[in-house]
Design a binder for this molecule. Structure first.
Ligand SMILES: Nc1ncnc2c1ncn2[C@@H]1O[C@H](COP(=O)(O)OP(=O)(O)O)[C@@H](O)[C@H]1O
Ligand SMILES: N[C@@H](CCC(=O)OP(=O)(O)O)C(=O)O
Length: 372
């Protein structure tokens, strides 16, 4: 039995170019309608779903009359811009049939590397989920070049899984999962049902490029699983043409390849904070705020802050100290050090008046806080 999707509440579902575009001949409306129906069923089970969908370039090629994929980067970008309209249109119509709203979110890797944009993307996506909307994400091909040339949406799917701390990443593709070798070339290849994300042996099996339509091949999916595991998300790679693949996964069926994250979510997040981000500043908390954070699992409000040390920008990782100097927590700050100094000791209801804007009632939201 496969329990990953059954127990997951927040799921990223990535559909590859090879699936969405009906082998390059425009968008596969029937396939998109089937995913929408299944995602509606997942939502009815209380799961939150974010889609990462490729297909803009292939649809744009069809609409603009290109027989084969252009090599000129700006023609590719033009195709993506034209095709993205078609993608948005068909997703909107398909989900609307189930009473679900959709949102178009176009991201680049650079957006997620910048802390301020990272926080904005994160807040927007979680707000969309709270409002019951299904976000449909693609790479913002108009403003990037490298990604179009070498890019794949598997990596984007993993970055989004990390961004909103999803429980699972489902990568739907034109194969039944990861095989011991490329099944297009080796008929004796067998399906790998289980593995551990990050196991180098998997990378060796997945070598080589993908189909003529897709960009990444299997290797980028294996690397995406490793990346998603960084925030504790498990990955499933499965055949997306199965009419009920998602609902069967949600019912607990073992389908495709399941790559489990070796560490739990909290551990992974702590590790991420510890490894990837140096703390830019410090805030000293009063005893009441320490109590709220450590015992009650609450966010850090400015009223509980007695001192701000160092200079930091919005979205920076800062350390929270108790009055005796001991480290209590680390987290991503909603405000710059200058702003934090103006609102410390103040009730959150005064933030807007003091700063002229409100980024949130808390200095560090509990979702962005790791206790030490
Ligand atoms: N070990 C493997 N197992 C399965 N597929 C593999 C493997 N190695 C390479 N591939 C290739 O990867 C392709 C899927 O990648 P890709 O075409 O990029 O799809 P997508 O558009 O869904 O991202 C398969 O069609 C297959 O030819
Ligand atoms: N952003 C591009 C998709 C990139 C791509 O093909 O990725 P993938 O589906 O992972 O092989 C598009 O919409 O055409």
């Amino acid at each position: 039995m496969n329990s990953v999707i059954q127990t997951a509440t927040r799921i990223i579902i990535k559909v590859g170019s090879s699936l969405v575009t009906n082998d390059g001949r425009g968008l596969d409306h029937a396939a998109i309608a089937r995913w929408a129906a299944q995602i509606a069923a997942l939502r009815a089970l209380g799961k939150e779903v974010v889609m990462v969908s490729s297909g803009a370039i292939a649809e744009g090629m069809l609409r603009l009359g290109f027989e084969k994929r252009p090599t000129d980067i700006h023609e590719l970008q033009a195709c993506a811009a034209v095709g993205q309209m078609g993608l948005a249109q068909i997703y909107e119509t398909s989900f609307r049939a189930h009473g679900l709203g959709t949102a178009q979110v176009l991201l680049t890797h650079a957006d997620l590397a910048d802390r301020e944009r990272y926080l904005n993307a994160r807040s927007t996506l979680t707000t969309l989920l709270r409002l019951g909307v299904v976000p449909i994400i693609n790479e913002n091909d108009t403003v990037v070049t490298d990604e179009i040339k070498f890019g794949d949406n598997d990596t984007l799917g993993a970055l989004v899984a990390n961004l909103i701390e999803a429980d699972a990443l489902v990568i739907l593709t034109d194969q039944h999962g990861l095989y011991s070798a490329d099944p297009r070339k080796d008929p004796a290849a067998v399906l790998i049902a289980h593995g551990e994300a990050g196991d180098p042996a998997l990378e060796a099996m997945a070598g080589g490029a993908g189909s003529s339509i897709g960009r990444g091949g299997m290797l980028t999916k294996i690397l995406a699983a490793r990346r998603a595991a960084g925030s504790g998300a498990h990955t499933i790679i499965a055949w997306g043409r199965d009419s009920d693949v998602l609902t069967r996964l949600a019912a607990g069926e073992a389908i495709g390849t399941e790559l489990r994250a070796p560490t739990g979510r909290l551990t992974a997040r702590k590790q991420w904070m510890a490894d990837h981000l140096h703390t830019a500043g410090k805030v000293v908390l009063d005893a009441g705020a320490v109590q709220k954070l450590t015992r009650e699992g609450k966010s850090l409000l400015p009223i509980g802050v007695i001192e701000v040390r160092g200079e930091f920008g919005r979205g920076a990782v800062i350390t929270c100290l108790a009055e005796d100097g001991s480290e209590v927590a680390r987290g991503l700050s909603n405000y710059t050090s200058g702003e934090a100094r103006r609102i410390l000791r103040k009730p959150s209801s005064e933030i807007e008046k003091l700063l002229g804007f409100l980024e949130g009632p808390e200095l560090i939201h509990r979702d962005n806080l790791v206790l030490l």
